[in-house]
Ligand binder design. Structure first.
Ligand code: TMP
Length: 203
């Protein structure tokens, strides 16, 4: 049986990464799942990690940025995601295509239709079974980012950029309620874990 594909999303500073290893450990403790692979975008393959360095640190045309995101994704699907799902393993990815719609579409204003063409091409119907959207107001996100390592290209973006990015995430979640679960990530780690436990129990 094909494995399940779970993605974690949210604006920078929402705190999603804290929860990925925990969810993976909970699933690994469950009988019947041969393996749980954790991965990330942009990245997840040697080529994808090279592209990540360019994407996070080099200034480029916004369409170049979107194309490189999808180029890294093509490699990621071919080398990691599809083979693992075909083996019956579960895959958890720290970001996937919703991030491109939110950041390059919402944040940077690239028309959604352009991104949909690339999505069809690169994913050929592949969609996450579950997307956990970690949602926080901008104030909370910037407080969490303050004092962390030096900001990358995206983390250094304006408040208005992150507002548009968050709005687009929430819009997509409302449009696909069967796939998305919106997590109020302003709460304590324990409260969020409790909710995550209930959500993954339904998978
Ligand atoms: P991370 O810090 O959560 O690993 O994500 C890297 C950055 O890349 C983050 O600021 C969001 C951004 N990003 C996009 O702009 N578009 C995408 O498609 C992906 C996957 C990430």
């Amino acid at each position: 049986m094909r494995g399940k594909f779970i993605t974690f999303e949210g604006i920078d500073g929402a705190g999603k990464s804290t929860h990925i290893d925990w969810v993976a450990a909970r699933l690994r403790a469950r009988a019947g799942i041969p393996a749980v692979v954790t991965t990330r975008e942009p990245g997840g393959t040697p080529l994808g990690e090279d592209l990540r360095q360019l994407l996070l640190h080099r200034t480029m045309h916004l369409e170049t940025e979107a194309l490189l995101m999808f180029a890294a994704r093509r490699e990621h699907i071919a080398e990691v995601i599809d083979p693992a799902l075909a083996r019956g393993e579960w895959v958890i990815s720290d970001r996937f295509t919703d991030a491109t719609f939110a950041y390059q579409g919402g944040g940077r204003g690239l028309p959604t239709q352009r991104l949909e063409v690339l999505e069809d091409w690169v994913q050929a119907g592949l969609q996450p079974d579950l997307t956990l959207l970690f949602d926080v107001p901008l104030e909370t996100a910037s407080e969490r980012l303050a004092g962390a390592r030096a900001p990358d290209k995206f983390e250094a973006e304006s408040r208005a950029f992150f507002q548009r990015t968050r709005d687009e995430y929430l819009r997509r979640a409302a449009a696909a309620p069967g796939r998305f679960r919106v997590i109020d990530a302003t709460r304590s780690i324990d409260a969020i874990r409790e909710e995550l436990e209930q959500i993954i129990a339904t998978l």
